[in-house]
Design a protein around this ligand. Sequence first.
Ligand code: CMC
Length: 466
Amino acid sequence: MATEQTDAAASNGKSGKDKKETLSVTDNRTGESYEMEITDGTVKAMDFRQIKVSEEDFGLMTYDPAFTNTASCRSEITYIDGDAGILEHRGIPIEQLCEKSTYLEVAYLLIFGELPTTKQLERWTYDITHHTFVHEDMKQFESGFRYDAHPMGMLLACVGALSTFYPGSKEILDPEERYMAAIRMIAKMPTLAAFSYRHSRGLPYVYPDNDLNYTENFLSMMFKMTEVKYDPDPRLARALDVLFILHADHEQNCSTSAVRGVGSSQVDPYSSVAAGIAALYGPLHGGANEAVLRMLRRIKKVENIPDFLEGVKKQEERLMGFGHRVYRNYDPRARIIHKHVEEVLEATGDNPLLEIAVELEKRALDDEYFTSRKLYPNVDFYSGLIYEALRIPASMFTVIFAIPRTAGWIAQWMEMSDDPEQKIARPRQIYTGAREADYVPLADRSGPEKILYEQARRPKLQQRGA
Ligand code: CMC
């Protein structure tokens, strides 16, 4: 608890064993000083509320648009050190997980907090494998979309709709319901994703095949044609599994915050995850890999890279797949993906865009504009190239991101639901609009004959960070 101090100096500048884990603040409006506890390198925003100029004053708030310096929760799931380029799940480095584990095992780790035993993994895998089918009505729901509907919009709607198929999931504190929701979402996400792809191609839906593992089955549902049994290339299935591990969780990013924020209203987990999918849909978040591929195509050849980079430096556009709110160093996921691109291309044949991507990265990392801003490749810079090699169309890239992120969303949702410090998410605002204005009758109003969208248009929207 914060305590008011009249003598700030008393708590200031101590060294050695007397050093206090506190922050002293003096309000120069009143001359009052306050002492606040520092825990885990943070102070509580609510401790500022006691700082007032008068009894009636609401108290001081903190202002942090986009939460750039605000921790919204305590979490034991994922650790990131953005400066050192470290990513760990439940303490295990991402490099080890990608080398030794599988996506389903990592999903278990994220959700239950530890690696499963052989028996636990068998049960987990069995349960997921046996919940991959969706209700036949869901197929009709998918069929209702227009032929050119974006698959991510379809996935978003379908996952939201799943809550109507499983009304028991509203019992968010019931362990059995929670387990079933986790199993169902991880199991059905590839099915819904593949159905949305088949719909966009006008192809018949392919039902899940329980003989195949998680990624093999997904490839089968995507690409099976007239053959009796789909025979996936194990190298491609493994590369996809590694991509799934890399995308499984990434602590409090935009979509995870959306899941936690919506879930804090105690709605069912399907609706919360649908909110995460909506957030992931945006080009500054999960949509970036699609944008990377469009960017590489636009650059067309290595000789055009200098002109392109000049345009980025003039802030006419962004170098997609570069930069990250948290990583101020090479994104460790990008390093792992880069290694796998070459393996995948060995299996599928060359892609000329790889040459452009490698050269673009090299030149950007040699350029003071990017190094001074600590802009390095992120997970999306190379992932699109792997998806393309797997014959997955660009409109499906974000969908493929959503499939594995489901495990992270569920783990974070469960942690949030069990956290006694959490309440319904409800930020404050600084109100800057008019006050106590009178209603003017329509006949008495005047103003320019401007079209509303012109007034509402915001310049440089594309340059705002997510
Ligand atoms: N290209 C060119 N300049 C950039 C880029 C970029 N990709 N990213 C940041 N900058 C510049 C930005 O213009 C600003 O410069 P200045 O200080 O001169 O104004 C500076 O770097 C800081 O940028 P910011 O926008 O304040 O950084 P942010 O933390 O708000 O944004 C980001 C993070 C990921 C949205 C941004 O880097 C970006 O738009 N990158 C491209 C989109 C992308 O690749 N997104 C995928 C993120 S990783 C996958 C995921 O987790 O979803």
